[in-house]
Design a protein around this ligand. Structure first.
Ligand SMILES: [Zn+2]
Length: 417
C-alpha cells in the first residue's frame, strides 16, 4: 500500500515536473544535451555466445545492450563484463574458470572485431575520449570475481593484456582473495573467512596497482572493502552498488563506506538492480521464483541464454502475475540512491551502472536505449549539466587516469631501482 502511494505521488510529481521541464527545455534540447555527454555504464553482463549469430550486437535483439540500443539511447561506452560464478576452490574448477573467462574475453573482442566501424576497445582513459570523438561506441572490459585468477597472480597481467581495466575482488561467496558481502550457504562459507582481504588478496591489489587495473569493491564484505581502500595506491571503484541508507541490502554501501570512497578519491557507480534499490515483499520473490522454475530458468544470469519464446513467456507472466500486484521499481527509486550517495560522498565520487544482462533494469531504464531517461531525471532533480557529466563518465575516467598514473610511477620505480 505504502509502495502504491509512493508510486502515485512519484507519477504525479514526475508528470508535473516533466511538464515544467518541457516548458523550460524542449525535448530537442534535452536530447542534444544528453548527446553531448560522454556516457559510461560501468557494468554490462554478456552471455558467452555474445557476438555470434545467436546474439549479434549489431542487431537489436533481446539482450538489454546492443549497438543499436546504445546508439538509440545515447550510451557511448560500457564496461562489458567477464563474469565467473564462485565455485568450490579446487584445481579442476580453477582451470575451468580460466577457460570460461577467456571465452568471455573472446566474445568482447569478437564484438569489437566484427563491428570495427561502430565500436572500438579502449585500453586507457585517453582511448575512451579519442574513440568517442571519432564517433564510435567504446568497449571497456571489467572482470567480475577475483576467482577468475584462482591463486595465480600472474593471470592479472594476462587479463590486463586482454583489456581488463577493473576486477571486482569477490562475487557471491568468499574466494581466495577475500570475504564477500554475501557468504554462500551452498559453498558452506563461514560468516568471516579471511577477516577481509587474504594475503593473496593484498598481493593482488598491489599487482593491480602496478598494472593500472582498477580495484572494484562491489560485492565485497565491508571489511574487505575498507582494507582495499586503505591498501590500494590508486583510487578504487564500486562498479555496481546501491546505498544502505536508502535500502539496507547486503550488496549496498553504508555511509561510512561512501565517505571512505570520497577520501580515497574513488567512485561508487550506483546500480539499477531493483532488488538492491527497494525492499520488496517475500511473496513477490516467491511468485517470481515460481515463474522462473516453471519457465525453466535459474537466476538472472541465465536470461540472455533463454530462447526468445521462453524469454517472452517469462516477461508476459511477470507482467500478468507480478507487476499487476507489485509495481516495478522505477527510475525515481534509482535516482533516490544517487541523491543520497552524492549527499554523503560528493558529486565527484558517484557514477552510473545498469548491471544489464546481470539482473539490472528498472522501469524507465530497462535497456540501453532508455539511457536518456537517467539524464532527464537528474535534470528534473536540479543537477547541473556539469554535475551530470561527472556522474555519467568524467568521474570514472578520472579514476582510470589515476590508476594509469600509479602504474606508470610504479613501473618507473621498478626500472630505476
Ligand atoms: Zn554483480
Amino acid at each position: 500500500m505504502k509502495r502504491h502511494n509512493k508510486l502515485m505521488i512519484a507519477a504525479s510529481l514526475s508528470a508535473a515536473a516533466a511538464h515544467s521541464l518541457a516548458a523550460k527545455a524542449p525535448l530537442a534540447d534535452m536530447e542534444s544535451f544528453h548527446q553531448s555527454l560522454l556516457t559510461i555504464d560501468t557494468h554490462v553482463d554478456i552471455p558467452s555466445n555474445y557476438a555470434t549469430l545467436l546474439v549479434d550486437p549489431a542487431k537489436k535483439q533481446l539482450h538489454q545492450v546492443d549497438l543499436v540500443k546504445m546508439q538509440q539511447g545515447g550510451l557511448d561506452a560500457a564496461f562489458f563484463i567477464v563474469f565467473v560464478a564462485q565455485q568450490p576452490r579446487n584445481n579442476w574448477n580453477y582451470e575451468q574458470t580460466k577457460a570460461k573467462a577467456r571465452h568471455l574475453f573472446k566474445a568482447i573482442h569478437r564484438m569489437v572485431d566484427n563491428n570495427s566501424d561502430k565500436i572500438a576497445l579502449a585500453r586507457t582513459a585517453k582511448d575512451v575520449r579519442d574513440i568517442h570523438k571519432a564517433g564510435k561506441k567504446v568497449a571497456l572490459i571489467g572482470i567480475e570475481n577475483g576467482y577468475a585468477i584462482g591463486k595465480d597472480l600472474s593471470l592479472l597481467e594476462d587479463y590486463f593484456k586482454l583489456g581488463a581495466r577493473y576486477m571486482t575482488l569477490t562475487h557471491y561467496g568468499h574466494n581466495d582473495l577475500g570475504d564477500s558481502s554475501n557468504p554462500s550457504r551452498q559453498l558452506q562459507d563461514q560468516a568471516n573467512e579471511h577477516g577481509g582481504l587474504s594475503n593473496l588478496g593484498k598481493a593482488a591489489i598491489s599487482e593491480m596497482n602496478r598494472l593500472g587495473m582498477m580495484v572494484d569493491v562491489s560485492h565485497t564484505a565491508k571489511s574487505t572493502m575498507m582494507q582495499a581502500v586503505a591498501l590500494s595506491r590508486a583510487p578504487v571503484i564500486a562498479s555496481h552498488s546501491g546505498v544502505k541508507s536508502v535500502n539496507p541490502h547486503a550488496r549496498n554501501l553504508d555511509d561510512e563506506q561512501l565517505r571512505a570512497i570520497r577520501r580515497n578519491g574513488g567512485v561508487a557507480q550506483i546500480v539499477a538492480v531493483d532488488e538492491f534499490l527497494l525492499n520488496q515483499p517475500d511473496e513477490m520473490w516467491t511468485t517470481i521464483g515460481k515463474i522462473r522454475r516453471e519457465v525453466g530458468m535459474e537466476g538472472y544470469k541465465d536470461i540472455p541464454f533463454l530462447p526468445a519464446e521462453l524469454y517472452l513467456q517469462y516477461h508476459q507472466r511477470i507482467e500478468q502475475e507480478v507487476r499487476s500486484k507489485w509495481p516495478a521499481v522505477n527510475i525515481q527509486d534509482y535516482v533516490d540512491h544517487i541523491d543520497h550517495a552524492v549527499k554523503i560522498a560528493g558529486i565527484e565520487h558517484i557514477g552510473i551502472a545498469s548491471d544489464f544482462g546481470g539482473g539490472g533494469g528498472v522501469k524507465g531504464w530497462n535497456a540501453a536505449d532508455e539511457s536518456q531517461n537517467v539524464t532527464t531525471e537528474l535534470l528534473r532533480r536540479g543537477y547541473s549539466k556539469r554535475d551530470i557529466a561527472k556522474l555519467w563518465g568524467e568521474n570514472t575516467l578520472r579514476v582510470m587516469e589515476e590508476a594509469e598514473k600509479v602504474a606508470a610511477q610504479t613501473q618507473h620505480l621498478l626500472l630505476t631501482r
